[in-house]
Design a protein around this ligand. Structure first.
Ligand code: 5AD
Ligand code: SF4
Length: 629
């Protein structure tokens, strides 16, 4: 939200002849766009202001404080001469004149009609392929902990046409991912524009409109689902996202629109805040945990494979251990792809600050927050592992970086998960930022997915094909016209050969053989390396692999040191793939840097096994090789 606001301010100031300075230290005017949602955010601004007025600022420099903290703290910001100009979120149009006056001045008027619809934001990074478009300002909800309604004012929606114009202009300038922004996007309503649909609005089962207003009861005008669809059509090859909706009045037609529109990301940020009904009531969220869970279920049923994220607050007023456990259970059950977790921070003037007691001690808040973070990470890692062997549509973001023999790029899938893969495609072309590609995931390293790009995609709507029966992804080979499946050995092998740095974190100097073998087996698709198909029956890849290592080192046991385990594994590979690869790694080196060394060994062994694969297939008992060439 603040990024989008800063872009509006940039346009207004440029219009008045101001230009960006090289650095804050050399600028005549420094603007701080602020957040007030938690105390920590405000503390950072106070520190920055003191810095600017101290050694880090320039003599005679004008310092302006903008945004939510300006609105909340008002003229207290003039204290000790820290700020010269204070401007709330609805008064940015006055900013150029206030800066010209060079007088101490403040404008924190909240203006229900201001939505900066006519101000085309100026983006900072011309090379970036993602942009935000603000569709709504303010918030009409009354979540008891939240300062937003007090500092951003009443909810108002921008007109459909100004949004569509901005989306089209971003698209024309090469932007390939657009995120629509608002505090409660699903209550978006432009009553002045005629709907192309005229359908009554329906809420998900278990949900009722929470806040009554004439505007919301009206059935005319354009609602969020329709806006989404029209934006998606205005930027046909770009990926469309939005944030944040509110679970209490989530319309079913939004789910259906996401499901059927190819270039809308299959991802929803669904802020739960708590898993306890008592807390949800105190927070005035307008739904029960059961209704929230059923909305999640419905989202997953309507949009297969949808990525879900959420916000949670730990240690809200009166939160008991049982309430906390309910939140933990919700996080464990849903297994979010992303979550933003906060300790409750009491904000002056909010209903909670006025009527409820902030009675969870700070150390308990921190402990609970850590438990929520741990539960979220466990769920996310499990979900990441489930992505291995699947094909994702990725928007390439980072410029290629040379790393371990390959030019690697990074990008994100629909669920905003980061993928790292070599920039080169099988057709010999290179992927650049702004391109879309189908990427086969080879393995997960924490939250990052490592893989290989299989083909260039035409745009955000060019999705990998999915087999209706099995759910497996595949694509049609452009040259042969044949279907190619993610589990096909050549594709799996391609992913293995494109191996960037191997999973490392599971290994410590105290790692045992059990840890090492387990990690290699899960992280490095040994089936691909040994040429055993993933769906082999009778004897699976894991057994074959373990047998192989035991053949060479029968005394390898679960509590052997990682060094010995690796040595055994390498010898095992050699037994299958006698090769020129030689290792000279001592036990001591493993103690020092088990990870890196193991990664190199694994790569070499994998390469040897691939060479070997051309000459041998594996017998059923997994212990001998047979020449086929
Ligand atoms: N304390 C902690 N977190 C808060 N949030 C909003 N207000 C507070 C507060 N007082 C969190 C909510 C919201 C996100 C943007 O910030 O989880 O969804
Ligand atoms: Fe704050 Fe609730 Fe509005 Fe979100 S919906 S901005 S949490 S009041």
């Amino acid at each position: 939200m603040n990024v989008a606001d800063s872009e509006v301010v940039r346009t207004l100031l440029r219009g008045d002849g101001l230009r960006e300075a090289e650095s804050a230290a050399s600028a005549d005017v420094v603007l701080l766009n602020t957040c007030a949602i938690r105390e920590k955010a405000e503390q950072k601004v106070w520190t920055r202001l003191r810095d600017l007025r101290g050694r880090k600022g320039k003599e005679g420099q004008t310092v302006a404080v903008l945004g939510c903290m300006a609105e909340r703290v008002k003229d207290d910001l003039f204290r000790d001469g820290l700020a010269d100009v204070v401007v709330g979120p609805d008064a940015y149009r006055k900013l150029p004149a206030m800066l010209r006056d060079r007088e101490q001045s403040i404008d924190v008027t909240l203006d229900r009609s201001e939505n900066y619809a006519d101000v085309l934001p100026t983006r900072v990074e011309h090379t970036a392929h993602g942009a935000f478009v603000s569709i709504q300002r303010g918030c009409d909800n009354a979540c008891s902990y939240c300062i937003v309604p007090y500092v951003r004012g009443r909810e108002r929606s921008r007109s459909v046409q100004t949004i569509l114009d901005e989306v089209a202009s971003l698209y024309d300038s090469g932007v390939r991912e657009i995120t629509l922004l608002g505090q409660n996007v699903n209550s978006y309503h432009d009553a002045t524009t005629e709907s192309l649909k005229q359908q009554p609005r329906e809420y998900s089962t278990g949900f009722v409109p929470f806040v009554k207003s004439d505007k919301k009861d009206s059935q005319t005008g354009v609602r969020f689902a329709e806006l989404l669809e029209r934006c998606a059509a205005a930027a046909p090859d770009a990926r469309l996202r939005f944030t944040s909706p509110h679970p209490k009045d989530f319309p079913d037609d939004v789910l259906e629109t996401i499901a059927r529109t190819p270039n809308i990301a299959k991802q929803i940020h669904m802020p739960a805040q708590s898993g306890s009904d008592q807390m949800l009531r105190r927070m005035r969220r307008g739904y029960t945990c059961e209704a929230y869970r059923s909305l999640i279920q419905r989202a997953r049923a309507v949009i297969p494979d949808v990525a879900l994220s959420s916000d949670f607050i730990a240690g809200f007023c009166g939160e008991s251990h049982e309430d906390h456990l309910r939140t933990l259970r919700l996080i464990e059950d849903v297994r979010y792809d992303m979550a933003f977790l906060f300790a409750y921070s009491s904000r002056e003037k909010t209903p909670a600050a006025r009527r409820l007691e902030d009675d969870v001690p700070s150390d308990i808040k921190k402990k609970r927050l850590q438990e929520l973070i741990d539960a979220f990470r466990t769920g996310r890692e499990a979900r990441s592992r489930e992505r291995v062997g699947r094909i994702h549509l990725i928007l390439v973001e980072g410029a290629p970086r040379r790393d371990r023999g390959a030019d690697l790029v990074s990008g994100r899938d629909d669920g905003n998960r980061v993928h790292v893969f070599p920039s080169s495609l099988p057709d010999g072309t290179e992927l650049l930022p702004g391109d879309f590609a189908h990427v086969l995931v080879d393995r997960a390293e924490g939250a990052t997915l490592i893989g290989v790009a299989l083909r260039r995609a035409a745009g955000a709507g060019d999705r990998p094909l999915v087999d209706a029966e099995t759910g497996a992804e595949f694509f049609i080979d452009e040259q042969t016209g044949a279907s190619r499946w993610a589990s096909e050995p050549p594709l799996v092998a391609a992913a293995s050969s494109a191996r960037p740095p191997v999973a490392t974190r599971a290994f410590s100097t105290r790692a045992t053989a059990g840890d090492a073998i387990e990690e290699i087996l899960t992280a490095a698709t040994p089936s691909a390396v040994l040429g055993i198909p993933k769906d082999a029956t009778g004897r699976d890849a894991r057994d074959a692999f373990l047998t192989a290592s035991r053949l060479v080192h029968p005394d390898i046991c679960a509590d052997a040191r990682a060094g010995a385990a690796f040595a055994a594994l390498v010898e095992a590979y050699d037994a299958f793939a006698p090769s020129d690869v030689k290792y000279d790694i001592s036990q001591a080196e493993f103690q020092g840097d088990a990870l890196t060394t193991a990664a190199w060994m694994w790569d070499d062994a994998a390469a040897a096994a691939r060479r070997h694969k051309a000459r041998h297939t594996l017998d059923d008992d997994g212990s001998t090789g047979r020449s086929v060439m």
